[in-house]
Design a protein around this ligand. Sequence first.
Ligand code: ZN
Length: 326
Amino acid sequence: MKKKPTLVLYHPLMAVEGYPVLAGRVQPALDYLRDSGTLETTQVILEEAPRVGEDLLLQVHTPDHIQHVRRSGYDSASLVSGGSAVRAGEAVWIGEAANAFAFTGCAGHHASRGSSWGFCYYNNSALLVRNLQHMHGVNRFFIVDTDPHPGDGTRDVLGDDEGVYHLNFEASFRESLDTVTHRHVDVPFPSSSSDDSFVEAVRRLALPWARRIRPEMILWNMGHDAHALDYGGFNLSLRAFPAMTDILMQAAEEVCEGRLVVLLSGGSEVSVAKHAISGIVRKLAGLPQLSEDVQDEPTTESAETKRMGEDVIEKIRSKMGLDDPI
Ligand SMILES: [Zn+2]
């Protein structure tokens, strides 16, 4: 049987009217996908993201917040960012695509029901989830957030939802979330950790938890502000992004027929965006990696940082009862 394609969602307004820190990266990243031949393969389909509708917005946000976004100047970019996520989720659920990558012009994970901060206006993950719940009866979602900033808005909107499981990595800020329950796990990880340690942490938590939860879809909130050259708190090289894609694809293959949707979150460095996004999209599509996309050296860490990271993961695995071999 022919493998289904990977869907890439984009809208020109993301680059023109998106939040300034985030907007400058998206057009170069899309151009690079085109120039490197990725969009010309039959395994990848590019589609223009629609605007998310008012009814769906009201299922996630308060009317006051929607009015606030309308006055912010980022309304159009926020609507196509939400629409990008919603369409990605729907296409993967109904089987038009094997998996999907959703570009955004405004990020989503700091958008709560009635407020938002940090380049976010509408919660893209929550819009995807509410749409599939109400239109298609999908009930179990696993959201993995590896952006180095906390997914506080996602927790606010979806935290009470019995069918949503949230694995939230964050660089160890003072204001880090600090929860380990049967549905919410915060991972305050050392910001100076190496690629190997970070990717291993994702593997040791996301894989066994996905096997336990058995979600119907996995969402990955992917911020390349986690790259050492970008503005966020982690210390990753380009190599970490396809490596994490491999892990989450494996989890999705094992538990939900490969249904994985990647949502673009933070990050502003154009050179990082181009290669991190290309590495992820090519993995999703089963295409070989380009040498330029893994060109930087793997990051390293001190023995102390390595030990701190291992301690965090072992403590969380122990609290979660994840003692199964990986
Ligand atoms: Zn971030």
